[in-house]
Write a protein that binds this ligand. Sequence first.
Ligand SMILES: [Zn+2]
Length: 254
Amino acid sequence: MSLTDAQFERYARHLILDEVGEEGQAKLMRARVLVVGAGGLGSPLLLYLAAAGVGTLGVVDDDTVDLSNLQRQIVHPTSRIGAAKVESARETVTAINPEVRVETHRLRLAPENAAALVEAYDLVADGSDNFATRYLLNDVCFAARRPLVAAALSPFDGQLATFKAFLGPPHPCYRCLFREPPPPDLVPRCETAGILGAVAGVIGTLQATEVLKELLGIGESLSGQLLMYDALATSFHKIKLLRDPDCPTCRGRP
Ligand SMILES: [Zn+2]
């Protein structure tokens, strides 16, 4: 793949890096990333992955843009209230980088559709806001052997981890940490719990960075580690995650 003059200019600050260069940029341009959720995490994910020149971005979301989303979901402007989030995201991504191909999936991820969708991409970034999707993506990404970069938010905190348990021990999966989802009534969601909008930006931007690292194969993978951010204390902590030999998802496989 040879770059055009415009691409040399657009990606000049990548190309000058030894860790990226023309070869790395070509990898990004060939890559297919599925972003699940075009909300608080999906927004910075989509913006930075588009700007970086990731060739194909799949966007999964069944929701429409609401006025109350705009405080943190920065991929959506006020003019798109009422529009499908996947269409709004496509317009913003195209405005930033018209070379990026956007595949919109206006649906809710479910056991019936998840495997085919995940298999069509190289890597999955989970920006969803519910446990059902998080567990489903963990299991489907493991079976399909796709890296999963997953994040979660609380009002003033965020967590981030990469899962590649299909590579075998010592890589853990999400179920190695938390085997079953908590009861739904114990889980506060963004709509009711509130969140400082910029916290979603911090974690979503870190998530985009880890996606780019995985695609480029550079640096230290976050697989086997959980990064925790506390906005009120302005602190980051990393803890080691262990593979559970009795995990129902990754036990005895692949
Ligand atoms: Zn596991």
